[in-house]
Design a protein around this ligand. Sequence first.
Ligand SMILES: [Zn+2]
Ligand SMILES: [Zn+2]
Length: 128
Amino acid sequence: MECPKCNAQMKEHSVRVLHGTVVIDQCNSCHGLWFDNGEAEELKSSWMSDFLDSGDPRIGKTYNRVRDIQCPRCSKAMLKVNDSRQPHLEYEACPEHGMFMDAGEFTDYKHETLMDIFKGLISTLKRR
Ligand SMILES: [Zn+2]
Ligand SMILES: [Zn+2]
């Protein structure tokens, strides 16, 4: 599969999760990650996925500006999504096939829960 952002080849990685194996694709060049529908959610809860997002977040940020991309599976224009729980997090999604995250974004996505707890804690402290 070709990377939708930089057209380099993507490499498949198998990750063991609680209920089997999930295969994700990572770009050899920009290290962006492609997740088929449902995979990111599944990987989010797996500690094994910590090593996955191995790209440099600074490089990921430069690719975050490339936003008019096509789904690597069906070549339709992908939607630009802002995560509802983390509005600073932007990624591209095809409703039928999956989503693409730049290097560093998945780590961000994964740590959402932790950040929520942290923010909740701060607002509790502020209320005192
Ligand atoms: Zn790429
Ligand atoms: Zn698609």
